[in-house]
Design a protein around this ligand. Structure first.
Ligand SMILES: [Zn+2]
Length: 154
């Protein structure tokens, strides 16, 4: 037996990936993060399937910003509850929410395609936005927003 087992903190099955260590489309739909995440190893449990119980009260399971593509130092800061990092994450989520609303609005009211909406965005919105995106990324993203809207309406 391993003596270090005595010192293991009490942990629980990861509520984000349900212990699979990987966040798939089912998890993404369950947590309503369709336009915000893609399937990837779970950042909430660091792809271990288990999390310390105290994490649940510190970081929301659907915290959009906490994804595996962040540098490890940033992931640590989120999990420690670092205010500045969490604020930055909130800004990022607001930015993405705005982008989604913008794309949905122009799709639904004017039936524009992804490229036209991207052009409008770059012309009128990009300058005041807190984060920069390339036209290519934008078109791809808006296409995703439109697809999801279409499937929700059908
Ligand atoms: Zn997990």
């Amino acid at each position: 037996m391993n003596i270090f087992n005595f010192f293991r903190r009490s942990d629980t099955k990861c509520p984000r990936c349900l212990g699979k260590r990987f966040v798939d489309w089912d998890d993404i739909r369950r947590l309503n993060r369709q336009l915000k995440w893609v399937p990837a190893p779970c950042a909430y449990c660091d792809a271990t399937g288990r999390v310390p119980k105290e994490l649940l009260s510190k970081v929301a399971v659907d915290c959009m910003y906490l994804t595996i593509d962040l540098p490890e130092s940033v992931i640590e800061k989120i999990k420690e509850g670092d205010l500045e990092t969490i604020e930055k994450g909130k800004q990022r989520e607001l930015f993405v929410d705005h982008l989604i609303q913008y794309a949905e609005h122009h799709y639904l009211t004017q039936n524009l395609d992804a490229e036209s909406i991207a052009n409008l965005y770059l012309e009128f919105e990009a300058e005041k936005a807190p984060f920069a995106v390339t036209k290519e990324e934008l078109i791809k993203y808006i296409q995703g927003v439109i697809e999801l809207k279409k499937s929700a309406l059908s």
